[in-house]
Structures are given as structure tokens and as C-alpha cells.
Design a protein around this ligand. Structure first.
Ligand code: A3P
Length: 302
């Protein structure tokens, strides 16, 4: 199945952990030694790339399209976020335990970059779905999320700049995406993008179904596509992260409640958010990272 020889061994986890976020350091043992099951499915993304959307789709495919169960159980329970307790230490949540207690087949979410992932992921048969997104839209989505809940209080422009200088959690963006891009052909890896989901969600559902060995009838497909629409997911309390956003706002005493996790759900929204100077900086950064690989953003995302 997966071939660990592709792992970027030159960048050992200790070094990367320090760069990524010191908050992971005390948890690195829990993370690296986390026990993997052969029938696990992992969703790995850089934040704001369409994680929740992919989780909802994948959970339903794994669970015979049980829309009732999906509706009645929050996403965070159905598909826990592995390192949640490393980030929100005062939450009282033990996300590692939640993952252990989950019945199989488990669907686990993580934003950790490849070198930090549990080691057994590379020896067990577990499947990994990786989702990438245009980094310009990632920057916009991330800014609105962080400022919307009160984590970030500065200027929009300065926040965009942070992605360029690897100053976000889980950075670098390019290491994160390209390490998975480089192993996308491996049997137990499925590399998807937010843009593919926006362009042809049905095709992506079929690819995920094939990857998981799940058939979807035409009737089920119609129901699923409707369920996964931005409109329906925005109104769906079991996956719109309304409670999580409210909680964070309350903890941070942030009184503006205009932000919704399901914000716009569009591709290329960055064009209305970035000025010429910022666009140029992003485009140069994209070229700088992709040209050496003879790769274009267009090819990566479509
Ligand atoms: P925007 O902020 O650009 O609207 P993640 O789950 O990785 O944090 O990603 C969140 C982004 O995915 C948000 O982007 C959110 O609106 C978008 N999203 C979630 N569900 C979606 C859906 N059903 N259709 C389109 N976009 C969706």
C-alpha cells in the first residue's frame, strides 16, 4: 500500500514541530505514536481548504448515507479532530481519547503536515484523503475565520501576509500541500481539491466512493449532492460549526456575531479581497514554489 520512502526524512518532526507551533510539542508523543487501524479513513488538510465539506461527504459514504444519524450527531463527534486538545488546552476535551473511543471505521480529521502524522499511517492500510485549495482563497477564509471569532484583531492585509511568511499554524502551506501532491498516486492516498468539488461535486463523490469501495445509486447521489450543497450545509447545525464558533467567541469575549463558519463557499473570492500589490505578492510566491517542480496552480487544483 503506502510507501514511506517518500517521506521527507530530511525534515525531522522535531524541527518541524518547533516551526509549526510550539503548542504541539508536549503532544508530539500522543500524535506520533497514535495507534492506527487498517480501516481508518483520515482527512488531512491545511486549515480552510474544505475539510468540513469533505468530512460530511466521506462520513456519509462510509455510513450508508445515514442522513438521520448525520443530522443528529455533531461532526466533531462523528469525525473528531485529532490534535484539538493540543490547540485548545483549556477546553477540557481529550481529542486523542475521542479518536480512540470511536467505533470503526473511524473518520479522523487532522491538519498536521505529513512529517508530524502518526507513524503507523505509513505501515497500516488506513486511507488518507488530502484536500488542497487555492492558497489565495485559503488566506481570505482564514482571515475571516480568525477575525470573526476574535483570535485575530489586526489588519486584513497583515493577516494575508502571514501565509506568505509561513506565520500560520501548520505552515508552510507549500510543504503541506506538495508533500501530499508528491505521493498522490499511492494506492491509499486520494488527493482532492476544493476547486474540483466546486466544479464537479458529483465526480468527486464518485472518486471518493471508488476510493472507499462504496457504490452510490443515482437516487442516493441526488440526495447526497443536495445535502452537500453550500445552502444545505450552512443551515445544517450538525456540521456548520455554529456551536464551536459561538464558544470561541464567548471565551474570547468577542461580541460581533456576524461571522459564519459557512461564510461564502466560493472559489476565487480572493479577487474581491486583495489589492494589486497583494495579488502580485501571492502570485510571485506561488510561482516561486511551483516553478521548480514544473507545476502550475491550475494543474495542481484542477
Ligand atoms: P469560505 O470561508 O471561503 O467560505 P474548512 O472546513 O477546511 O475550515 O473550510 C472552510 C471553508 O469551506 C469555508 O470557506 C466554507 O464556507 C467552505 N465550505 C464548507 N462547506 C461548503 C460547501 N458545502 N460548499 C462550498 N464551500 C463550503
Amino acid at each position: 500500500h503506502k510507501d514511506s520512502s517518500h517521506l521527507p526524512v530530511s525534515k525531522d518532526w522535531g524541527q518541524r514541530a518547533a516551526v509549526i507551533d510550539t503548542s504541539f510539542k508536549p503532544f508530539i508523543g500522543n500524535i506520533q505514536e497514535f495507534e492506527i487501524r487498517d480501516d481508518d479513513v483520515w482527512i488531512v488538510t491545511f486549515p480552510k481548504c474544505g475539510t468540513t465539506w469533505t468530512q460530511e461527504m466521506t462520513w456519509l459514504l462510509l455510513n450508508d448515507l445515514d442522513f438521520e444519524k448525520a443530522k443528529n450527531n455533531d461532526m466533531t463527534v462523528r469525525s473528531p479532530f485529532l490534535e484539538y486538545s493540543a490547540i485548545y488546552r483549556d477546553s477540557g476535551v481529550n481529542s486523542f481519547d475521542e479518536c480512540v473511543k470511536l467505533s470503526s471505521p473511524r473518520l479522523i480529521k487532522t491538519h498536521l503536515p505529513m512529517p508530524l502524522l502518526p507513524k503507523q499511517l505509513w505501515s497500516k492500510k488506513a486511507k488518507i484523503i488530502y484536500v488542497a485549495r487555492d492558497p489565495r482563497d485559503v488566506a481570505v477564509s482564514n482571515y475571516y475565520h480568525k477575525s470573526g471569532v476574535g483570535i485575530y484583531k489586526g489588519e486584513k492585509k497583515e493577516h494575508f501576509q502571514k501565509l506568505l511568511s509561513d506565520d500560520y499554524n501548520y505552515c508552510s502551506y507549500w510543504d503541506h500541500v506538495l508533500e501530499f501532491w508528491s505521493i498522490r498516486e499511492q494506492q491509499n492516498i486520494l488527493f482532492l481539491t476544493y476547486e474540483q468539488m466546486k466544479t464537479d461535486l458529483k465526480k468527486v463523490v464518485e472518486r471518493v466512493g471508488d476510493f472507499l469501495g462504496k457504490e452510490v445509486s443515482p437516487k442516493q447521489m441526488d440526495l447526497l449532492l443536495d445535502h452537500l450543497s453550500f445552502e444545505k450545509m450552512s443551515a445544517n447545525k450538525s456540521c456548520n460549526h455554529e456551536h464551536e464558533v459561538e464558544n470561541t467567541r464567548r471565551i474570547l469575549n468577542h461580541n460581533d456575531d456576524s461571522f459564519k463558519f459557512m461564510r461564502k463557499g466560493k472559489s476565487q473570492g480572493f479577487k474581491e479581497e486583495m489589492d494589486e500589490e497583494m495579488l502580485t505578492a501571492f502570485n510571485e510566491w506561488i510561482d516561486h514554489n511551483l516553478k521548480p517542480l514544473d507545476l502550475t496552480l491550475e494543474r495542481l487544483l484542477h
